[in-house]
Design a protein around this ligand. Sequence first.
Ligand code: NDP
Ligand code: F7E
Length: 359
Amino acid sequence: MDKQSRIYIAGHRGLVGSAIWNSLERKGYGHLIGRTHAELDLMDPAAVRDFFDRERPEYVFLAAAHVGGIMANNTYRADFIYRNLQIQQNVIGESYRHGIEKLLFLGSTCIYPKDVPQPMREDALLTAPLEYTNEPYAIAKIAGLKICESFNLQYGTNYIAVMPTNLYGPNDNFDLERSHVLPAMIRKIHLAKALHENDWETVRSDLSARPVENIGGTADDDTILSLLERYGIFPGKVELWGTGKPLREFLWSEDMADACTYVMEQIDFADLKGSCLETRNCHINIGTGKEISIGNLAELIARIIGYRGEIAFDDSKPDGTMRKLTDVSKLHGLGWRHTVEIDEGIRTMYAWYTGSTPA
Ligand SMILES: NC(=O)C1=CN([C@@H]2O[C@H](COP(=O)(O)OP(=O)(O)OC[C@H]3O[C@@H](n4cnc5c(N)ncnc54)[C@H](OP(=O)(O)O)[C@@H]3O)[C@@H](O)[C@H]2O)C=CC1
Ligand SMILES: C[C@H]1O[C@H](OP(=O)(O)OP(=O)(O)OC[C@H]2O[C@@H](n3cnc4c(=O)[nH]c(N)nc43)[C@H](O)[C@@H]2O)[C@@H](O)[C@@H](O)C1=O
């Protein structure tokens, strides 16, 4: 990529897309292209074709997707497979039709089987059944990485598929039901603490910024209390999902963006082709190689927020996969490593969430 290349970041307002945009801007790339969901629905093939015809991007970061945590994946199963297949199909198809220079596709480490040797190596793909809570989403992501690999092998394109671990950072989704665990825990613990301290100003300002079930900060106390109770948030008690025993790995979104720009700038499919043909896997894992239990994550977040109330787990909610640790040796071999550790990331994220630092 040179500094005047036309670079399209699909999903540039999302968690990862916004971090990629900022990272490219900081590096001096001057011709970034973004469209919000309202401006361009990537599900619409004619609109995507028209957009590519007009903007003629040379490089594409495909960070737009239908995304959510365990409950969203498990509940809205049709949306997760159908929308993701359609978005990928449209964006990768038009990228090919326009002969773009290079594309980066973002998958997820949920592509690996549920019971796979840990840490999960790239060649563990398709060796056993998937975790059922996110199977539809994982199948769409597997299709995405195989579309990239297949176009590269048949048509000589330069499409790289990266598989990130669980991500978190500014512009994350803090929905109490549909989000991923880390932003969900930050918000739930923040609210349980505020309720415990009778700090209604904090509770109301949280709901004004992010209404829940259309209930904002102007609702009366009883309405707010019964609303939050439905999500396991009580004065001085928070009820989280599952057993607290699953292990997860978390990567700061700005590290993820840095890895994406690194791969786009430094790695070509030609560099991966040899090992790819040998192992039949061309994608690259992106993670830290470090894990923490959900129970310990809750305690860490509580410590950072200064919450001293009760933390309980509701085992009627799904745990999902019990362990999902990324083997990052391929990534390290390519010359990239993460820089932000989990405690620093949570501190920065909480400061961002409460508005004490700018995004
Ligand atoms: N967050 C995580 O922990 C992980 C994410 N990933 C992957 O990383 C990528 C980025 O995820 P993340 O940044 O977290 O997700 P976000 O939900 O934060 O961002 C996704 C973006 O895509 C946009 N989008 C969704 N559907 C459409 C559509 N039909 N047309 C146009 N835009 C659309 C969204 O807009 P809007 O919100 O307006 O719909 C949003 O801006 C995804 O491929 C995801 O699967 C992989 C592993 C972990
Ligand atoms: C990125 C990744 O994200 C998803 O997989 P996941 O890692 O299972 O998702 P998660 O972040 O929602 O949960 C992680 C763990 O945390 C527990 N947990 C506790 N309390 C809350 C809670 O309050 N909210 C949520 N969401 N989880 C909670 C929860 O029960 C689970 O054990 C898929 O989209 C998958 O496809 C994917 O790619």
